[in-house]
Design a protein around this ligand. Structure first.
Ligand code: SAM
Length: 218
């Protein structure tokens, strides 16, 4: 699955994508991530990408030209939908992420647009954006963190990205757990700060362990 990220702060992504599961997914060609600097597409002689809002008001708005040209460029190599990360978008959940994964899998990926300042010119949304996604009911300074959240949650559905694919089937919010949150986990030592691992989990009795875990879904 290919993700093309459009941003004015391309360096933000380097650290996160260079660690752990996402790094392995990149190295194993399970995902491809290309980061594009919107500023490079600006036709302004000072490479400006923002301007004051028509009608007045605080803050700046990202101008349409550099974003539009960047999207057209990226579309040459990515047939997926254009997703704008926005607090006004459809709020992400595990179920919605799974449905989106299926759609993107068919399309081969997605183009993800990260806003900054007060957001982007509405005409980009009208002309180019297929879907707006929010990662929660709060406002962040930019769309880069939300884009990383989206790529992370989607990547976990790709077979082979996680150690065992079963691990996603039995995670919080999954059908196997009836949409509930996962049972508590324990590892060694048996006793930690006077808190003991429940006896049943040490019993080796699979049926009883299964029942305990079902009873302790949250
Ligand atoms: N003026 C906008 C509003 O009131 O809705 C907020 C703009 S925010 C400061 C700048 C950018 O951050 C947005 O264009 C969007 O890309 C991103 N962003 C902020 N919060 C987000 C959220 N909860 N989910 C997804 N993207 C978000």
């Amino acid at each position: 699955m290919r993700f093309d990220l459009l941003t004015i702060f391309p360096d933000i992504f380097k650290s996160y994508f260079n660690e752990s599961i996402i790094k392995n997914a990149l190295n194993n060609d399970k995902i491809i991530i290309k980061v594009h600097d919107i500023r490079k597409f600006s036709k302004d002689k000072h490479k400006k990408v923002d301007d004051v809002p028509y009608g007045g008001g605080p803050g700046m708005i990202m101008t349409p030209q550099p974003i539009y040209d960047c999207i057209q460029y990226v579309k040459k190599n990515n047939n997926g939908p254009v997703i704008y990360m926005s607090p006004a978008g459809d709020i992400l959940s595990q179920n919605k992420a799974q449905r989106l994964y299926k759609t993107l899998n068919g399309a081969g990926g997605a183009i993800i647009l990260c806003g900054r300042y007060e957001g982007i010119d509405q005409r980009i949304i009208d002309l180019c954006v297929d879907k707006q996604i929010s990662i929660g009911k709060y406002v962040l300074t930019g769309g880069e963190l939300p884009a990383m959240v989206l790529i992370d949650v989607l990547s976990r559905f790709i077979p082979g990205v996680l150690g065992t694919h079963d691990s996603i089937a039995e995670e919080s919010f999954s059908k196997a757990l009836k949409g509930k949150k996962e049972y508590p986990h324990y590892t060694r030592p048996v006793m930690f700060k006077s808190k003991k691992v429940p006896d049943v989990l040490q019993s080796g009795h699979h049926a009883k362990i299964k029942k305990w875990r079902e009873d302790n879904l949250r």
